[in-house]
Design a protein around this ligand. Structure first.
Ligand SMILES: [Zn+2]
Length: 381
């Protein structure tokens, strides 16, 4: 029989709600109340009245998740446990219980906190170790050239051409296009000759600007600045630039670059058929300054040179033009900022042009001096 003492006046005592477990008690626990009176722990409940010396009581973690606490002791009938619920109850008990229990409660609260922290740390590590890399990979993928390449590969020539048309329409107001004259004629004729059999219908434009620059938009929109014609020594040099730019279209570098640069916004806008939004306006002033990266430049150089040879145009011009621009020290040349004339690039261009130079090329049928002389007067800055 448990040690029992006669029931006393409990009015001044504080009761803690518990679930009692032990011999001859419900497996799901029996509701009861416990309180402390000096060195005695008293349990009251339906059909239960138990007292035990607190020295014999131990505090341990309990409940299904080990996040609750129970007071246990061994009686003559077996082990009895009183499961407490709620941390605030436990704190209250720490202040009311005799010292031996209070110490155990304090220690218990401390381990509970550290267990709590361990749980948080684990959760943090899961987030950092699993979710964050996934997120980074996703972000990287969205921003990567590979993603741009993937999107570009899924865009049909018609959509690509539409995109180029839109881009050019945005850009057009800021360009002073040359409407006629021998220079525009040469640009068009040489350009057509270099792109015979292409799946794109090219549009060749000459814009009046002192900038030494040229660029290509998706779908075959190529713009050459009069500044570039002034800097070129021959039609062969112009042909070299056009051959190179056309390769950026043929190889879809322009499309990839545009998608890469504008990212999701462009893809989304294009997917939704929204060609009116700010995305395109934003794009317009970037088009002439988009860089392709070394690998794509190398590819455009190599295939551009082959296109020149196929068109029966001496490929020397491509190498001499970039070499001469590179030699114009101090001058800021737009074309070189997007097409850096690195030592390596120049060497490769020279080697390729020497290799292709074995054939006899018929000179291009233009009087370059006349073409240059009839360019519009240099536009005011
Ligand atoms: Zn290029």
């Amino acid at each position: 029989m448990p040690f029992r003492v006669p029931k006393q006046d409990t009015a001044s005592w504080y009761d803690f709600k518990v679930l009692m477990f032990g011999p001859r008690m419900s497996a799901s626990g029996t509701r009861a109340r416990i309180n402390f009176k000096d060195d005695v722990l008293e349990v009251n409940g339906p059909g239960i009245w138990i007292t035990v010396l607190v020295d014999q009581v131990t505090l341990r973690p309990g409940g299904y998740d080990g996040r609750q606490w129970m007071l246990t002791w061994v009686s003559e009938e077996g082990t009895l446990s009183a499961l407490l619920t709620g941390e605030s109850d436990l704190r209250m008990m720490a202040s009311l219980a005799p010292a031996s229990i209070a110490r155990q409660i304090e220690a218990g609260l401390k381990t509970d906190r550290s267990r709590h922290w361990r749980f948080r740390l684990l959760a943090g590590l899961i987030v950092a170790g699993v979710l964050l890399p996934c997120l980074l990979v996703l972000l990287f993928w969205i921003n990567s050239e590979r993603f741009a390449g993937w999107v570009a590969a899924h865009v049909g020539v018609r959509e690509e051409t539409r995109l180029g048309e839109l881009a050019f329409a945005q850009l057009r107001p800021s360009l002073r296009l040359v409407e006629g004259g021998p220079a525009l004629g040469a640009v068009r004729e040489i350009g057509e000759r270099l792109t015979v059999g292409s799946r794109y219908r090219y549009h060749w434009y000459l814009a009046d600007s002192p900038e030494v620059n040229a660029f290509a938009l998706p779908g075959g929109y190529v713009v050459v600045y009069t500044g570039l014609l002034r800097a070129a020594d021959s039609a062969g040099e112009l042909a070299g630039v056009l051959a190179h730019e056309a390769q950026h279209v043929e190889l879809r570098h322009s499309l990839k670059n545009l998608i890469h640069d504008l990212g999701w916004r462009a893809v989304l806008a294009a997917a939704l058929g929204d060609y009116s939004g700010g995305v395109w306006a934003d794009m317009a002033h970037r088009l002439g300054t988009l860089k392709y990266g070394r690998d794509l430049e190398r590819e455009a150089d190599r295939l551009g040179m082959e296109a020149l040879v196929r068109a029966g145009i001496d490929p020397q011009g491509m190498a001499t033009f970039f070499a001469r621009l590179a030699a114009r020290e101090g001058a800021s040349i737009a074309l070189l900022s997007t097409h850096p004339a690195s030592e390596e690039r120049m060497r490769t261009l020279r080697q390729a042009s020497t290799q292709h130079g074995r054939y006899a090329y018929r000179p291009l049928p233009y009087d370059w001096r006349v073409i240059r002389a009839r360019l519009p007067a240099i536009a005011p800055p």
